[in-house]
Design a protein around this ligand. Structure first.
Ligand SMILES: Nc1nc2c(ncn2[C@@H]2O[C@H](COP(=O)(O)OP(=O)(O)OP(=O)(O)O)[C@@H](O)[C@H]2O)c(=O)[nH]1
Ligand SMILES: [Zn+2]
Length: 206
């Protein structure tokens, strides 16, 4: 996977001053970002998050999902630890892109759940490929993570590419009336480990 490092700068945030590393995925032209805090190249497991882009949740305050809240919680946790990494991956809409995600939301407004909506549009439930993480982590000197996620498929994908996941740190956000069904579908159909929701449970049973 040809991913090249382009430039790095400081990124001051309300949580602390991160270093921002920019990468270009040459085959697609996608521009990815890593934020680091402290010394992450000392060989010890690094508190980390692989965050998939969600324009609506990360930047537009959407309550339909948990993305924006997870992004903020992850950056706060990294700054509190004094050391960590967040990869901001341009995989909008679980890999289907922003406009198709809006099409999927339109179907969800009509009653479909997040998986059914993707499938009705001819997509898989989750089209993400995490291969881009490897060259980014290698560039940063990171080989072992304490991974902030509720998604076991992320843990497996990193392990399969040789990045040790020393442990999984749950990153669970409170429900609201708008994201309750979405979170239940993630737990029931996509295998996410969400505390008060059990695998196999469907939104109808809540
Ligand atoms: N296709 C589609 N994508 C969505 C929808 N809601 C959120 N997303 C995208 O899903 C991605 C976030 O994935 P999640 O499944 O919430 O979380 P995750 O990253 O797999 O797992 P965590 O690490 O636990 O957060 C982002 O790219 C969002 O844009 C939806 O209803 N349909
Ligand atoms: Zn989201």
């Amino acid at each position: 996977m040809p991913v090249v490092f382009v430039a790095a700068s400081q990124l001051p945030t309300p949580f602390g001053v991160f270093t921002m590393h920019g990468f270009l995925e040459e085959t697609t032209g996608k521009e990815h970002v890593a934020l680091t805090f402290g010394d992450v190249a000392d060989g010890k497991p690094v508190l980390g998050r692989m965050h998939s882009e969600c324009l609506t949740g990360d930047a537009l305050f959407s309550l339909r999902c948990d993305c924006g809240f997870q992004l903020e919680a992850a950056l706060r946790a990294i700054a509190a630890e004094g050391r960590g990494v967040l990869l901001y991956l341009r995989q909008e809409g679980r890999g289907i892109g922003l406009l198709n995600k809006i099409r999927a939301y339109e179907l969800q407004d009509g009653g479909a759940d997040t998986v059914e909506a993707n499938e009705r549009l001819g997509f898989g439930a989750d089209q993400r490929d995490y291969a881009i993480c490897l060259p980014m982590l290698e560039h940063l000197g990171i080989s072992s993570l304490k991974l902030m996620t509720n998604n076991p498929r992320k843990v497996k994908a990193l392990g399969d590419m040789g990045i040790a996941v020393a442990n999984r740190v749950p990153l669970q956000i409170d429900h609201n009336p708008h994201n309750k069904k979405y979170l239940a579908t993630k737990a029931g159909k996509l295998g996410h480990l969400l505390g008060s929701l059990h695998q196999g449970e469907t939104e109808e049973s809540l």
